[in-house]
Design a protein around this ligand. Sequence first.
Ligand code: ARG
Length: 460
Amino acid sequence: MTTKTNQSWGGRFNEPTDEFVKIFGASVFFDKILAPYDIQGSIAHATMLSEVGILTAEEKDQVITGLNQILGEIESGDFEWSVALEDVHMNVESRLTEICGDAGKKLHTGRSRNDQVATDIRLYLRDQVDEISAQVKRLQSALLDLAEKEASTIMPGFTHLQAAQPVSFGHHMMAYFEMLSRDAERLVDCRKRMNSMPLGSAALAGTTYPINRQRTAELLGFDRICSNSLDGVSDRDFAIEFLSAASMIMMHLSRFSEELILWSSAQFDFIELPDSFCTGSSIMPQKKNPDVPELVRGKTGRVYGNLTSLFTIMKSQPLAYNKDNQEDKEPLFDTVDTLKACLRVFADMVPTIEAKRDNMYNSTKKGYTTATDLADYLVKKGLPFRDAHEVVGQSVSYGIEHQKDLSELSLEELQVFDDRIENDVFDVLSLEGSLCARNHLGATAPDQVKQAIKAARKTL
Ligand code: ARG
């Protein structure tokens, strides 16, 4: 027998792999983070193999002890990763064989790296989804606290970024709570389909050994097994679903970021972010830049890019496994890391947001934000809405001309536009009156906001 060109598959090769091709094809640089899941999967596989009589009890014990030793070596940084061994799977297996000889060589019976890697990614992502779900909840709970504190704080609500109607700042924060609630549901939902076990699909067609897939699935905490081996090894839908849910979360964080950036500008001046979450400028001494929300907004592009990457990697692959699939990992890992960092920094930052209540209030007085209230007032006095709209439009135009808010016009000035207007109109034209009048489920009256917060706390 001649020397093998590759320890795992060199048998049919006469020439060694090109040196650069080895590096080009290796994934160990990034897939080594799957090691704990690879080992978890191997322990379950070995356990099942011994139960069905493919490994002896002694071999199984050797394998499990060896795998646990390897896990320890990896955790302590003593493990020697080899690029020549291509990926995490062969690195672990090769070390196992060093440790326990033939028993290590038997571990791969009835299994392929194709079903192995598909299983590893699912195990990894399932853990990550659980962590991310907890982080979403942590951010939601920070939002609830802020919303509670600011339930009666009045700010201008916008449409087209033009002042529209007074809203509660707490209500505004609760809008983000709602977005994150849907995000949390999406994570739960994508976890369901993720929690299906490909192991046993082997390379693509299943295996000739009498394996017990149900048992392995049970050991690994999978809800079910993938029912088609070709699909099992090649399906990455669960990763795309996750990337899509992650993109949605980032889109929400990015919208929130955009508002924080605007609000902390001198022009809006609605909030103060603490120094600890901002940076200065090396040239302009007066600057305090909202770097954290800006970076989150920027990183959103990167997560969208990762979603597009995976869609594109998958789009023209024939069944079943192709080496293209190795490219699924970096976008996935990068998304997990980016998303976790963004959720963490937001959950840390939200409690530090200081609402500049007076500035918000004074800003709400600009832009005729109670004009709709005046129209509603006239409707209640018998005017059809369209006519009321016209009358209020004229009074706004008069106010602009005389640089006065509607609430600053005298009763006589208002009555010029409609003689049904009486002294009680000023209750309606106040910001507080306007806010409190929107007092039904889902609306911005502080009482409603407080109730919404109470209900929301129960869902967390
Ligand atoms: N490193 C590979 C991947 O990430 C593992 C599976 C390799 N399978 C194979 N037949 N080359 O996809």
